[in-house]
Ligand binder design. Structure first.
Ligand SMILES: C[S@@+](CC[C@H](N)C(=O)[O-])C[C@H]1O[C@@H](n2cnc3c(N)ncnc32)[C@H](O)[C@@H]1O
Length: 309
């Protein structure tokens, strides 16, 4: 038995969302260490699972973990924004019964200091895909001050983003996340629950991996494919991501897509893709929070695509 380095978040709620699927395909866009993937395969013995990840370490681990399911699992390496297009091209949309995305980093990515995601890391990397062209070093050492300010404000929600950006520019080059967080220590927020450098690391990580761009692109592909009768579940850990999911699902649930200022409907009033199942996001229960402190900010939203007529 392998040691499992990541506890799947909202596991009961994910299983309940995708229960009783008799046949067809579920796509796990963020396979990670295969936690949700294996639960979905166990809970739905006749489905096939397509599991995507861009991290080779996660793929190597999960290939072994999911081996026992044989041909029921297909693992694809790449960014889900790209891979999803191929999958939707290859399979009939009607075959796809569910899609899960558990956005963000895994515990192992955070814990393996050499990956650069931790404020204690001795390097500045943070790439989920080690072959990706942009690393944290380029963001920190090469981005213009205005670009850094934007990232720190939007992705890190750091109030003194201007001061932090100025300190980065004045003190660079940096060679490690440790050096960066030590140097900026005086200017970072002193939270009770999280380390002062957590939001700074989060902001840089989101930029390096284009996490918001990835999410938007995934939602766009789902919208174009329509996926009749499928359930779409997205778990996010950042308010900006949750806002994107909430707004997109609300748009999908609308029949009329005319601009609000239009006096008369001219769009055909037939654009509704389905309905939002979660009026409010699903969050972890207290027992799960005790087991897994990192799950505290997880929010899951679920959309049910309409049955094709
Ligand atoms: C939070 S973990 C998922 C954990 C997984 N649900 C489990 O139970 O083990 C997120 C995983 O998604 C991957 N990932 C994040 N964004 C991705 C993207 N845009 N394309 C492909 N993989 C991505 C990360 O490499 C990481 O392994």
């Amino acid at each position: 038995m392998q040691n499992i380095p990541h506890i799947p978040v909202l596991y009961r709620e994910v299983i309940a969302t995708f229960e009783n699927i008799q046949e067809g395909i579920i796509i796990d866009c963020t396979m990670g260490y295969g936690g949700h993937s294996s639960m979905l395969l166990d809970a739905n013995p006749n489905i096939k699972l397509i599991a995507i990840d861009q991290d080779q370490t996660a793929i190597d681990f999960s290939r072994k973990r999911l081996e026992k399911y044989g041909k029921r699992v297909e693992i694809r390496k790449g960014r889900f924004s790209d891979v999803i297009k191929d999958v939707l091209h290859e399979f009939d949309a009607k075959e796809i019964k569910g899609l899960l995305a558990d956005i963000g980093v895994s515990s192992l990515q955070l814990d393996q200091k050499e990956r650069g995601f931790s404020y204690e890391s001795e390097n500045l990397d943070m790439r989920m895909d080690k072959d990706a062209p942009l690393s944290a070093s380029q963001v920190v050492n090469e981005y213009a001050k205005a670009e850094l300010e934007k990232i720190l404000l939007e992705y890190g929600e750091l109030r003194n983003y201007k001061k932090i950006a100025a300190e980065i520019v004045n003190n660079r080059p940096f060679t490690s996340a440790k050096e960066l967080s030590e140097t900026l220590k005086l200017h970072l927020p002193k939270g009770k629950k999280i380390h002062p450098a957590t939001l700074l690391m989060q902001a840089i990580r989101i930029e390096v991996n284009d996490e918001l761009g990835e999410l938007k692109s995934l939602l766009k592909s789902i919208e174009s494919a329509k996926l009749p009768n499928a359930k779409i579940a997205i778990i996010s850990f950042h308010s900006l991501e949750d806002r994107i999911v909430k707004k997109t699902f609300a748009k999908w649930a609308k029949s009329c897509i005319c601009p609000p200022e239009a006096i008369r409907c001219s769009c055909g009033n037939n654009h509704q893709l389905g309905k939002v199942i979660t009026k409010k996001p699903i969050m972890v229960q207290s027992d799960e929070l005790k087991e897994n402190a990192r799950s505290r900010s997880a929010k899951m939203r679920v959309f049910q695509m309409a049955v094709e007529e």
